[in-house]
Design a protein around this ligand. Structure first.
Ligand SMILES: [Zn+2]
Length: 161
């Protein structure tokens, strides 16, 4: 699904998505590296990333003669939607936090400058320079950006259900 692909690429990298796409059947890391033209070490790092996020798993087979263990990596189809939803929900949560009034990221403005919450408290909520009270202030451009992003994320979430 397109949203799932987009989220894998956005949250990790285009190479992570390439590896996921290549796992149409269980494969060895070396075969993946060759197939995708990536370095072995890079593929192992990517597989570890994906494994940490529960997007891949592996089976081990041991060669009876040599004792060598080979890992066959598999895509976890059952986890794709969960991961995607979790990622989007996390981003939405961050934006809502940013947009909420009790966010510590908020700014305050008097007549001469804009300060952060800590600075406003320090000065007792009125400016030591111009003497005016600090009023809560959100940069409207920043808010617009976040609202657009929120819309994008919500429509991504919608397309999953
Ligand atoms: Zn001031």
């Amino acid at each position: 699904m397109e949203v799932i692909d987009n989220v894998i690429e956005e949250s990790m990298s285009p190479q992570h998505l390439k590896v996921m796409k290549a796992l149409v059947e269980p494969k060895k890391d070396l075969d993946l590296a060759q197939e995708l033209g990536l370095e072995d070490t890079r593929v192992r790092i990517i597989l570890n990333d994906l494994h940490e996020r529960k997007l891949v798993c592996y089976t081990k087979t041991k060669n009876k003669n040599t004792g060598w263990v080979t890992h066959y990596w598999m895509k976890r189809e059952d986890q794709l939607e969960n991961y995607t939803k979790g990622y989007i929900a996390g981003k939405i949560k961050n934006i809502n936090h940013f947009l909420s009034k009790d966010s510590n990221d908020m700014s305050f403005r008097c007549e001469c400058k804009t300060v952060d919450y800590g600075k406003a408290i320090e000065e007792g909520f009125s400016c030591i320079e111009c003497g005016k009270p600090y009023m809560e202030y959100h940069d409207p451009r920043k808010i617009d950006e976040q609202v657009i992003e929120l819309t994008r994320l919500n429509s991504m979430l919608k397309s999953l259900t």
